[in-house]
Structures are given as C-alpha cells and as structure tokens.
Ligand binder design. Structure first.
Ligand code: GAL
Length: 664
C-alpha cells in the first residue's frame, strides 16, 4: 500500500485520546478479568495491549494453537467498550523452541548462549525463529483481523537483542557484502592495514567477538548498523503479514527511550504509529526534562504528528538500583506533559501489578494496594481529564518548532568506541545538556537527522556529531548559506561515515564555516574538572584552536595551556562551542543566539521549573516544582481542566497543570 494510504494513529484513537496499558490477564484467574473490566471502565480506560508475552500460552507445543482464552478476552474487551492493541508475542519464545532448536537462542560476544527463563532470548538471524514468528503472526492476524475490538498491531516488544552466534555471523557477512561489494572495499573502509587485520576471504570476516584488545572500530560500527537492520527485518516480516490481513489497522513497535540499539530514524519510517516507552526516574531533578526530550524525539520521528506513549510507570519501576515511587501528582504531571508534547495515547506498563515473576515490585495502574490505593485513584483522575481534553486535543499538532537539534545514530555509535580520547564525554549526556538549555528557556525543539531538510528551522543545533557523511556536511553548509543559524558543539565533523578521521581533524568545509584555521589538539577534561573560559567554566572537553582571520567573535579560554585561544567562535551565522559550558551559561548563550535568529520562547517570564507548550491552539502549563508558583499568562483564558476563567496570571500548585484556551 502506498505510504499515503497507510492508516495512522487517528484510525486507532477515533477522535479520543487513548488511555490504557499492557494487560497481562494470563497471569490472573478469569474472575479477575471481569473485575478488571469494571475498574477499567471506572478509570476511563479505552485501550489495552494484549498478548505481548503470550507465546507459550498461545502455542504451548510446536504448531499447536490455544486461542480460546484470547477469544474470550477480545470479546470481553469489546463488550466493555475497550479497544485492543494486539501484540505479536515474538519477543519471548516458549521454552520448547530453545530446547528443540538451540540455534534460535542468541549468543553473546564470548559465545555464551542466552538461555530461556527470562525474555528476548531469540536470535534475530535464526531462520527457525523467523519461521515460527511468521506462523504465529499469520494465525493471529487471520483470527483477529476482523475482530471489532482490534485497533492496532504491536509487533514484538522493545527490539533490543544483539547476537554474535553462527547465523548472525553469516547474516552479518551478507550485510557487509551488500554494503561493500568487494573485500577490497571492506578492507579499505575498515582500515584493516592497521594491526594486520587485512581479510583475504569473506569467511575470515566475523562479528566483533571477544578479542585480546581493542576491536576494529569500523567493524564494531558496522555490527551496530547490521544489528539494527537485522532486527528491522524481523519487524518488517511481521508487519507485512498483519498489514496484508488488515490494511486498515495501524502498526507499531515500541521503542525504548534514547536507546542506542536501533536507528530510530530508519525504523520510524516503517511504522504507522511511532510509540515509545518512557521511564524518567521520579527522583531525578531533571525528570521533567528527560521526559520532554523523549517526547520531542518521538514526535520528530512521527514527523510532527501524534504519537503514542506505549509504556510508562504509574509508580516505581524495579530495574534501577533503588526504585522510588512517584509522589502524588507526578504521574498526572508527566502524563499531561506527554499530551502537551504531542502524544495522543497515554499508556502504561502494566494494568495490574503482578504478584509473581520478575516484575512483581514494578508498579501497575492497579497496584498491590488495589482500587483504593493512591496509584489507582490518580489513574482514575488522569483518565477523567484525558476524556475531558480529547475533543480539543486529539489529532492536533504541537506548534511548529523553530529550532532543530540534530541526532544521528551512526554518530552516536561511532562516538562510543573503545579507543576514544574521553569516556566522560558521553554522547547522550551531551545531547541532554543542549536539550536542557532549550527546555529551560521554554523553547520547543524538534530533533532532526543531519540530512533532513532543515529549511523550516530558524536555528539548528548540533550538540555533537562525531561522524558526518559528506551529504550531512553539505546540508549544514547549504543551510547556513541560505540564511540559517547554526550552533555546533565539540567533537563535530571529525570522522567520515567509515569512521576515518577527516584531514585536519575536522572536515575542512566545517572548519571554514566556523572560522577554524587549525585544530591543533583536543584537550578532554577529567570528571569534575573545569576549563576556565572568560565569564564561565567549560566541562568535559576543550580544544586548542587557532581562529581564522575572518572570525567575528570569540570567547577565549583563560589561563592554563589554552590561555587566550578561542573557546567559542562565531563566523556570521555559524557558531562553534569547543567545550560544554555550565548549564546556565549554555542556556544564556543559546537564548541569545536564538533571539538573534528570530526564535521566540513559548511564553516569556515563566518561573523556573514551569514548562509551557502550545498544542492545537491550547497552552499547556506544567509546574515541575514541588512549590506553588504564580504564572504570568497575559490575556483572558479558560482552563479546560477546571473550567475556571484565568486573567493575566494563574496559580499552579505543586506538580500543577493547566490547559488554557483563549477566551472568546
Ligand atoms: C519495558 C518492557 C515491559 C516492562 C517494563 C518495565 O522495558 O517493555 O515489558 O518490562 O519495561 O519497566
């Protein structure tokens, strides 16, 4: 089907915001199912995700089918007015598969098998696994494709496995043959002249298994690219099956937040609905920003349209060292924040907290405390409010961002290599720092791939792109030449797409763009070390740069080895920041550059910790602080959540939220 005719999230939401979660009723006796429906209705649940981990129940022995229980559940949900996001169960194969077909089990880089007894123990490259996965998907699609409760397909769950086993080895080799054509080209791209690594036969080429010392970085980079593609093949095989049966039903697979394993730009293009699992730490003082970053990424992957929170936690998770509950109001705040940033579906892992298994201490919407517990009471409130907002919000768009942050998985992968100069300068941490500066300045941002069309943005920010293709560099240069403003952070444009260092240590076109005559040395900083710069401190990294004559403005390093050399350079509309300034300085710098580029914050004069986002003509105000605040909101408005009239200012309590509509 041509992409323009593929269904969208709107085909699943049908004009409402979706509210619900993963429902694992096979863990409970059937009486509980009826109780569940009663509570779901009470809480305004209109969507459940079924079957994510049901393979052993659906196919108890090879080829056998046990659909009766799922038939009853689908009917029960339909009778209760609850739509179903039906998962293919292929992320957790039944034990019989590993026993009968050990080749379906993945192996780690030491050659050790990942056995069944947990989950996600499948080899993406195993032909046997793929055959069984296709068969169960086919039968699910045939059986439930026309069921009236079906709203969406959820393929697998959080694709994330790596595999260094034999079938993966063969598949990696095929992938490389496809990429390079000849061994000579591979040898050239991987730089195998180094350390006597030259390959004379394709069978010598392996996935990067356990080795004595540092592995070939391009081999590792290609293995990450291959893994993302191999998992994508698994997804596409199942997607094509369900799409053939039900061309009108949208398909998704849930991404993990800021997850290295999958190139989400490539994957998102293959989804009708982009969905995400988002779990900020309730104790993290920047949990609100952490959520906003994930929301902005996901919305951007959904090309600005509505997207889905497939999973979040109503209370604690159970996979951190110490797992904190959400204080009263935080679940509501973060749920409405997702809606503000474009989500049309707010769902959880999981509906009812388990009593057994590895996740019994992970929260559910119905916690161990049951329906009278605080967690469920807050869930009910959120359900009610989402229903209230549905009509005005569903299927609307977040106000177009004027700023884009560039992100590329290839650059992230390559930046993580063993032989790098600093493991302190961690890529996601650097991206977070730049996003935080704009979030605190109440400036809505999109994420974009460096080869995307950037012409709609007034400001493009490159937190760090260690590796850049020629096309990406050309794109940035053209963007600035066409009048755009560009700011780049350190370690940008160093390597080409094979991870070969560009002559001069940074691509010459970029050096010209930023006014860098010579990049003499990189000077990474130790953890906690600060570089003195005029007016501020830099962290993580510094650089010994000689500016070109045509550089207009420069903020120099002060003292030490880099004394007097430029820390920040400006040439026309192109800025280069060779260190990571402290948060308030980075914020001020970006605010000034953004203002000069004509970018305006969503709302001026907001108290710290208050986030403002416009969506569908509504103004969402979110107080991430634990204290009440007075917020200036010039004009006359109505708060859609309380019905109250608001003129010029309003009070927001701890974790308070308002959704304002301009008064007529
Ligand atoms: C997700 C996963 C869920 C559940 C959840 C717990 O990664 O998809 O099945 O394990 O984490 O936070």
């Amino acid at each position: 089907m041509p992409e323009s005719q593929r269904p969208t999230l709107a085909d699943a939401t049908r004009g409402r915001l979706l509210f619900g979660g993963d429902y694992n009723p096979e863990q409970w006796p059937e009486e509980t199912w009826h109780e569940d429906v009663r509570l779901m209705k009470e809480a305004g649940i209109n969507s459940v995700t079924l079957g994510v981990f049901s393979w052993a129940k659906l196919e108890p022995r090879p080829g056998e089918r046990n659909f009766g229980w799922l038939d009853r559940l689908m009917d029960l949900m339909h009778a209760g007015g609850i739509g179903v996001v039906l998962a293919t169960p292929t992320s957790s194969p039944p034990p019989w598969m590993g026993r009968l077909h050990p080749e379906t089990l993945p192996r780690d880089e030491d050659g050790r098998t990942e056995w069944w007894g947990s989950r996600q123990h499948f080899s993406h490259s195993s032909a046997t696994y793929r055959r069984y996965a296709a068969a169960i998907t086919e039968d699910l699609a045939a059986r439930y494709g026309s069921h009236p409760a079906l709203r969406m397909w959820h393929i697998n769950n959080e694709y994330c496995t790596y595999d260094w086993g034999d079938e993966a080895e063969a598949a990696f080799r095929r992938w490389l043959q496809n990429r390079y054509g000849t061994l000579d080209a591979l040898n050239e791209a991987w730089g195998t002249a180094f350390w006597s690594q030259g390959y004379g036969d394709w069978y010598e080429v392996l996935p990067p298994r356990r080795a004595h010392y540092m592995k070939n970085p391009t081999q590792v980079l290609d293995f990450k690219r291959f893994t993302s593609d191999a998992l994508l093949e698994c997804y596409l095989a199942e997607r094509d099956i369900v799409a053939r049966h039900t061309p009108h039903i949208p398909v998704t697979t849930n991404f993990m937040a800021v997850w290295q394993g999958l190139d989400a730009w490539t994957w998102a293009e293959q989804e009708d609905v982009v969905s995400i699992d988002v779990y900020p730490d309730p104790r993290d003082p920047f949990g609100g920003q952490s959520g906003a970053l994930v929301h902005d990424m996901t919305r951007s992957q959904a090309r600005g349209g509505p997207w889905m929170v497939m999973e979040q936690a109503a209370g604690p998770v159970n996979w951190r060292g110490v797992n904190h509950p959400k204080p009263a109001g935080l679940n509501r705040l973060w749920s409405l924040q997702a809606v503000a940033r474009g989500a049309d579906a707010v769902c959880y892992f999981q509906w009812r907290q388990s009593r057994q298994g590895s996740e019994k201490f992970h929260s559910g919407m119905v916690s161990h405390a049951g329906e009278h517990g605080r967690t469920f009471q807050e869930v009910k409130r959120i359900g009610g409010e989402l229903a209230q907002l549905s009509e005005k919000v569903a299927d609307s768009r977040v106000e177009a961002a004027e700023v884009a942050l560039l992100l590329d998985w290839n650059a992230w992968w390559a930046s993580q290599q063993d032989g790098r100069l600093s493991s302190e300068a961690d890529h996601p941490q650097v991206v977070r720092a730049w996003h935080r500066a704009l979030w605190e300045a109440n400036t809505t941002v999109d994420f974009a791939h460096p080869e995307h069309d950037l012409s709609a943005y007034k400001l493009v920010v490159v937190p760090q792109l260690y590796l850049m293709t020629d096309a990406a560099i050309g794109n940035l240069v053209a963007y600035v030449n066409a009048g755009g403003t560009l700011v780049a952070g350190f370690q940008t444009g160093i390597a080409d797409e094979d991870d070969r260092v560009r002559p001069g240590g940074m691509d010459v076109r970029l050096r010209e763009l930023f006014g860098i005559r010579v990049l003499h040395e990189w000077w990474p900083l130790d953890a906690g070390e600060k570089a003195d710069v005029e007016g501020f401190h830099g962290t993580l990294w510094s650089e010994e740069i000689e500016a070109a004559d045509d550089v207009e403005a420069v903020i120099p390093y002060k003292g030490g080895e880099l004394d007097g050399l430029p820390a920040v350079l400006r040439k026309g509309r192109a800025w280069y920041v060779s260190t990571l300034p402290e948060p308030h300085v980075l914020r001020t710098l970006l605010v000034d550059i953004a203002a000069e580029a004509g970018v305006r914050p969503t709302l001026a004069g907001l108290p710290a910790g208050v986030e403002a986002v416009r969506r569908g003509g509504l103004l969402f105000l979110l107080n991430h602080g634990r204290d009440g605040v007075t917020v200036p909101v010039p004009g006359r408005h109505r708060d859609l959540l309380t019905g109250a009239d608001v003129t010029d200012t309003m009070e927001l309590g701890r974790y308070g939220v308002a959704v304002l509509e301009l008064a007529p």
